[in-house]
Design a protein around this ligand. Structure first.
Ligand code: WT7
Length: 659
């Protein structure tokens, strides 16, 4: 695994971890899945995997036309599930709960300044229908693409559900992305409508969404016909009479009933752009039927979701976690979700814990980066609040280090709550590996084992399965599953190349390296491609490099990750300049300018933590940048690797910042 970021080093740290936490008898007794149920689910899945999923699809999803075909493999690896069935995601998330759960809160919302709003299923359904009708009145129909660039408020969920209701394909762009990232995504999807807001409220600031949207549109996006603007902040914004429509005005004219568009199971529910090994993010295309099956079922297995739960997944709707575990999974289960728009430390470090107390949150699902950040602020913050409503904790997005896991367990979980460390990806649509809280003994730092119906393996460089336990290699998924991505929008070739070709189109290549320990538990060690994981967010090194070289002063750039205590990984850039290399204050000013430039090009999450200006990048005689060397340097390691193939060995000291 030449590309892997020193799995050996990570491995030695996780392998010292041998604590085991069995599920509590009290939890298991009431759990949806206990050890015996898990065993029978696994047995059924092993015996007839496709039949197993078909059974769950019938049990968990309402179909307008039942399917007779469970899996169509004719165009593998373009798999299709439940092909002749018809359904609608918004009916599954809303209509079918109106009878018994109509008055139940679907969403409890809290803004950063403390504003609280509650939406029952009946109210949410009405708003979704009004917006769906509004979209229809603009001529939006099945298959049209709608880009959603919204703050993390209930209206974002309403926008997604309204698209689903009429069969329009949504593509949510995280509100932290820049105008230029938004433009690229709108153009790649060929979207005709943009749904946005005047602004969002986060970290005591206003996130200027409309301004960014205007900027994106001014430079292109010729396909956009309408921009629907939700007024969240009430601030003054530019208004384009040709394009802009006020959300409230549009909805005021609409009926609270909207016949759903019944779509075939394979109809794309959404696109979600994510970073890969090239400079261009890929539009991951998900289906309707198959996606909903895994999203819904995993909520029951992994989160033990019950009718009385208040489920808080802290992810923004701009990420897949916000799709599957804010919007679709919990609503398909008639759960109450909590949405908080603001930052975790406003007005102080107790905010998350206060929200849990005030809203009686029972399930809390967040990212290791947040856990580490909150951990550093001191135990007195969580200890000042009553967290006794909590019954389950979850983690997602990146490997959780045992120290953070133990803090979560001890200080938040009071040593009795189960912790589910869930491994999955934008592409997998739903959780693939995780403990089952009432059944699986957990180990801090391991996502334990695949869910029933999911089959993973470890393979070597040649794609050969590595037999037995206590082994490592590439993580692959060996059988198709309903919520798998269907393709990359407009680029099926890239879909095949990225996920399948490496090992003969037989297994799905996750892009992670993994270790399987002596108990058959999986430990995710990190990416095997040029993708970084910064605060649980995926970033392509090439994306950051292209952003850097688009600056007039930059000649070449090489970007690598380095370990970061809170973010997991941080962006480290080595840059050569056009003309003379600046020094001293001039260098400091340029570094500052380049960081801002990257934020402007991609978004603040991509800002490099370190930028080192150098005369040359380390290259082999054939001109390849030696990224492995740069990774060691970024980590501050002694250089022990062979640099004899380096074209210009004298550069090493400068790369290390020594001259
Ligand atoms: C990559 C996917 C899907 C959730 C949000 C991130 C890493 C995700 C874990 C975990 C170790 C994890 C992997 C994966 N990752 N969850 N529990 N333990 N690593 O989605 O942006 O598509 O990134 O995140 O490297 O490949 P994403």
């Amino acid at each position: 695994m030449s590309n892997t970021k020193t799995p050996e080093a990570k491995l030695s740290s996780v392998m010292e971890e041998n604590r085991l936490f069995p599920p509590s008898a009290e939890f298991s007794a009431k759990a949806r899945v206990n050890a015996a149920t898990l065993e029978s689910l696994r047995a059924a899945a092993a015996e007839d995997t496709v039949g197993f999923w078909a059974g769950l699809a019938k049990q968990h999803i309402s179909w307008q036309t039942p399917f007779t075909i469970a899996l169509d493999e004719r165009d593998a690896p373009n798999y299709r599930w439940f092909t002749d069935g018809r359904t609608n995601a918004s009916v599954n998330c809303l209509d079918r709960h109106l009878g018994a759960s109509g008055d139940k809160p679907a969403i409890r919302f809290e803004g950063e300044t403390g504003d609280v709003r509650i939406w029952t299923y009946t109210q949410l359904h009405a708003e979704v229908c009004k917006l769906a009708n509004g979209l229809k009145s603009l001529g939006i129909a099945k298959g049209d693409r709608v880009v959603i660039y919204m703050p993390h408020t209930p209206e974002a969920v309403i926008a997604m559900q309204a698209c689903a209701r009429i069969g329009a394909i949504h593509s949510v762009v995280f509100g932290g992305f820049s105008a230029s990232s938004l433009r690229d995504r709108i153009e790649d999807a060929g979207a005709t409508v943009l749904i946005t807001a005047d602004g969002g409220k986060r970290g005591g600031h206003i996130v200027e969404l409309k301004k960014a949207a205007d900027e994106a549109l001014s430079g292109g996006c010729k396909t956009i016909e309408h921009v629907i603007v939700f007024k969240r902040t009430g601030q003054a914004i530019a208004w384009n009479e040709q394009l802009d429509l006020d959300w409230t005005t549009l909805l005021a004219q609409q009926s609270e009933r909207c016949e759903p568009e019944w779509v075939e199971a394979e109809h794309p529910l959404f696109l979600l752009y994510t970073s890969g090994s090239t400079g261009k993010p890929k539009g991951i295309q998900h289906s309707t039927g198959g996606y909903l099956v895994n999203a819904a079922v995993s909520c029951q297995w992994v989160f033990d979701l019950q009718a009385s739960d208040v489920f808080w997944c802290t992810a923004d709707i701009g990420w897949i976690t916000g799709h599957s575990y804010v919007t679709y999974g919990p609503l398909a289960n008639a759960a109450t979700i909590l949405i908080y728009e603001g930052a975790p430390t406003v007005p102080d470090a107790g905010r998350f814990w206060k929200i849990i107390q005030d809203h009686q949150v029972t399930i809390f699902y967040t990212a290791p980066t947040a856990i580490r950040a909150l951990m550093r602020l001191g135990d007195e913050w969580p200890e000042a609040y009553d967290l006794s409503s909590l019954r389950l904790l979850g983690s997602v997005g990146e490997p959780i280090n045992p120290e953070a896991w133990m803090w979560y367990h001890r200080v938040i979980g009071k040593e009795k709550l189960p912790i589910v460390d869930t491994w999955w990806q934008t592409e997998t649509g739903a959780i693939m590996m995780s403990p089952i809280p009432g059944a699986t003994p957990t180990k801090p730092g391991s996502c334990t084992q695949p869910l029933p119906g999911i089959f993973v393996d470890v393979v070597d460089e040649s794609g050969t399965p590595v037999e037995g336990n206590n082994v490592g290699g590439y993580l692959v998924i060996t059988k198709p599953w309903p919520s798998m991505l269907r393709t990359i929008w407009n680029d099926n070739e890239r879909y095949i190349k990225t996920y399948w070709e490496q090992f003969g189109n037989k297994v799905y290549v996750a892009g992670d390296s993994t270790h399987r320990d002596n108990d058959g538990y999986y430990w995710i060690l990190g990416r095997t491609d040029d993708v970084l994981n910064v605060s649980g967010h995926r970033l392509g090194t090439m994306e950051v490099e292209s952003a850097l070289v688009s600056h007039p002063r930059v000649a070449e750039a090489a970007v690598v990750g380095r370990p970061h205590e809170v973010k997991g990984e941080a962006v480290f850039a080595f840059v050569t300049c056009k003309g003379r290399r600046p020094e001293g204050e001039e260098a400091a000013a340029l570094v500052k300018e380049l960081r801002e430039h990257v934020a402007k090009q991609i978004g603040a999450i991509a800002k490099p933590d370190d930028i080192r200006l150098v005369d040359n990048l380390p290259k082999t005689r054939s001109g390849k940048i030696m990224r492995r060397l740069l990774r060691s340097i970024a980590k501050g390691e002694e250089i022990t690797q062979d640099i004899s193939t380096l074209e210009n060995p004298a550069i090493v000291a400068q790369l290390q910042g020594k001259e």
